[in-house]
Design a protein around this ligand. Structure first.
Ligand code: SF4
Length: 358
């Protein structure tokens, strides 16, 4: 009788959102790996984002999609259909991701509830709008994992999105933390990373505010690094004009290398954007400056070492899911009214409490 070889089973996650959301998938990746330790965990993500997840062994294989390139979708579909996919978890809720999932062979297909989803997936899970994003994504496992379902259904996790008056966030229960990826900084680092950029213009705090913050820390013995992607090099160079002691690293490090660099820092200062989540997933203290967005949308840094700085005196917040390229009211007070001293105080609080914990 011919010998029959069975391909090892794989678990597949489709998450083609921005980097910040992908980082908030880490608790989900971690749970899938611990529940299915023998198969591969495969990630489908946006082009350019998979490197970090692969290098850190958070997932075993990555397929990167080039949006608007049909050829790239088809190649990935063909490759995935050569594998033995046990569960397909589609955590990205776009129609495009759902139609992509339709073309992939998998024993079980799971997604969040939607009209179209009824024709594609075996199981549709409630999207818990008020919960933090990391837990909303983790909840997709509730149909396959009774333990997770019962742990998550014990309470309403929306309280995790509510900071106290000084911007400190409620701590995340130990069992739900992002990862044990390990922190390198032992509290003695004198490096600070500032990420002034964002894909959305209104989500950027003022260049003057970043420069004053950089100057304060430079004058108090810290090495300050201005960081971001290649598109953020110009803003970093402008800030450096006002804060010449800083070094500009924007555009010179990959995402994986930026995360490694962050691990050696005492503090990260960033807008409500991917670097906030990069710092949080490494448990590095982070001051995150929120403008047109608010925490109840669910995108808190998934860490207990974070302070949210925001302007709570405006009725116009939030003004959009992501912010806009221009303030609809023209004044951009959500960011312009945030003083550098508030951000500096928050940074000092985090550095001091982190030093005390070591
Ligand atoms: S409308 Fe309000 S929240 Fe939106 S960008 Fe302008 S100031 Fe900020």
């Amino acid at each position: 009788m011919a010998e029959v070889f069975t391909k090892p089973s794989s678990q597949l996650v489709i998450q083609t959102a921005f980097l910040g959301d992908l980082i908030l998938s880490i608790p989900l990746f971690k749970q899938i790996k611990s529940r299915y330790p023998h198969g591969q965990l495969i990630l489908v993500c946006k082009a350019g984002l998979g490197d970090y997840f692969l290098k850190e062994k958070i997932v075993d294989q990555v397929f990167e999609i080039k949006k608007n390139d049909r050829g790239s979708y088809q190649k990935i579909i063909d490759s995935l259909n050569q594998l033995n996919v046990d569960h397909l978890f589609c955590v990205h809720r776009s129609v495009r991701s759902q139609l992509f999932s339709y073309q992939i062979k998998a024993k079980n297909k799971i997604a969040f509830k939607s009209f179209l989803g009824r024709f594609i997936f075996n199981d549709l899970i409630e999207f818990k709008t008020s919960w933090p994003e990391a837990l909303r994504q983790l909840y997709i496992l509730s149909s396959t994992n009774a333990k997770i379902a019962s742990a998550l259904n014990q309470q309403d996790w929306s309280y995790l999105n509510r900071p106290d008056a000084s911007g400190h966030l409620p701590p995340i229960p130990a069992t739900l933390q992002a990862s044990d990826l390990g922190q390198v900084n032992n509290g003695s680092s004198k490096k600070i990373a500032i990420f002034p950029g964002s894909v959305w213009a209104t989500k950027k705090w003022t260049e003057d505010g970043f420069a004053k913050t950089a100057n304060y820390f430079s004058e108090h013995g810290y090495q300050v690094f201005l960081m971001g992607g290649p598109d953020e090099k110009d803003i970093c160079l402008r800030i450096q004009m006002q804060s010449p002691q800083c070094q500009v690293l924007a555009g010179s490090l990959s995402i994986a290398d930026s995360v490694h660099f962050i691990k050696t820092c005492a503090l990260v200062v960033a807008n409500d954007s991917a670097p906030t989540h990069m710092a949080a997933c490494q448990d590095i203290p982070v001051v995150s400056i929120f403008g047109p967005t608010v925490l109840r949308m669910g995108f808190r840094p998934w860490s207990s070492k974070a302070i949210i700085v925001e302007n709570n005196n405006l009725d116009c917040r939030p003004c959009g899911k992501h912010g806009h390229q221009k303030c609809p009211l023209g004044h951009h007070h959500c960011m312009k009214q945030i003083a550098a001293s508030t951000v500096i105080d928050a940074g000092l609080q985090l550095i001091n409490s982190n030093n005390l914990s070591h």
